[in-house]
Design a protein around this ligand. Structure first.
Ligand code: HPA
Length: 276
């Protein structure tokens, strides 16, 4: 079991194990969200390791659970991509959900890209829109930094003034504009799921200042900021939390909509890695 007391040693052990299997220290860590796994096809793969073969990685209790770490070259840089993430709603502890980011940092990675699917609550948004995440609201019932702080990772009280790197956002925006790629920008609110929101909850999400809502990302970004990593977040709006669309919200629709936006996300991520 991962605890605040053993987290550093466990992450160190896993990081050393992975560094032994790879040729280079990756520059970027990339988390591929729901329906965005084909981004892995853009990576010239050096090594692919199933999660079940990685020491200390969370073990799935769900039959048929897949997921792997991919090491290889993307946009001319060596990267480590997570094909599949650990969600809090699956029953993992917050230390498990964010363990891969701990390992990334101890491997020497300082830049993180996170992607996800989310429900749009901004009335201007449409299904299939791609949103660059500018900020987040943490609505998870448990904080990933709760418990004894290990100063080898970072400080007890973490500054969250720039959770998403302004320079990375600018680089991605400049690239998108130069190619005529349309995108949105907005605030992502993370909550635990696994239910989608009620209409009243979607309205609440909008009222408190978010543009999109999802069940991941926020814990990972908090932990990355604890370790002073630079983070870029991108979200595909896969459904809309309003009277008209709420009846259609289900997992199949989410995956289908994420797939339609996949080429745009792939292009943006690849070129951000190349340029920044
Ligand atoms: N709500 C929460 N999580 C989601 C949604 C949503 O509408 N769409 C995709 N992930």
């Amino acid at each position: 079991m991962l605890t605040p007391e053993n987290l550093y040693d466990k992450a160190r052990e896993t990081a050393d194990h992975l560094l032994d299997l790879t040729d280079e220290i990756p520059v970027y860590g990339i988390v591929l969200g729901s329906g965005l796994g084909s981004l892995a096809e853009d990576i010239e793969i050096d090594v692919e390791i199933p999660y079940k073969n990685i020491p200390n990685f969370p073990v799935s209790t769900v039959e048929g659970h897949k997921g792997s770490l991919i090491f290889g070259t993307l946009g001319g840089k060596y990267v480590m991509a997570m094909n599949g993430r650990f969600h809090y709603y699956e029953g993992y502890s917050m230390y498990e959900v964010t363990f891969p980011e701990r390992v990334m940092k101890l491997m020497g990675i300082n830049k993180l890209i996170v992607s996800n699917a989310s429900g749009g609550v901004n009335p201007h948004f449409r299904i299939g829109d791609v949103m660059i995440i500018t900020d987040h609201i943490n609505f998870f019932p448990e904080h990933p930094l709760r418990g004894k702080n290990d100063p080898r990772f970072g400080p007890r009280f973490v500054n969250m003034s720039e959770p998403y790197s302004l320079k990375m956002i600018e680089t991605a925006e400049n690239y998108a504009k130069s190619k005529g790629i349309s995108y949105r920008k907005g605030v992502y609110l993370g909550l635990q799921g696994p239910t989608f929101e009620t209409l009243a909850e979607y309205k609440m999400v909008r009222t408190i200042g978010a543009d999109a809502v999802g069940m991941s990302t926020v814990p990972e970004v908090i932990v990355a900021k604890h370790m002073d990593m630079e983070v870029f977040g991108i979200s595909v709006i896969t459904d809309l939390g309003d009277e008209e669309f709420i009846k259609n919200v289900n997992h199949e629709e989410v995956i289908k909509a994420a797939k339609t936006a996949e080429p745009v996300v792939r292009d943006l991520v690849k070129n951000l890695v190349r340029l920044y």
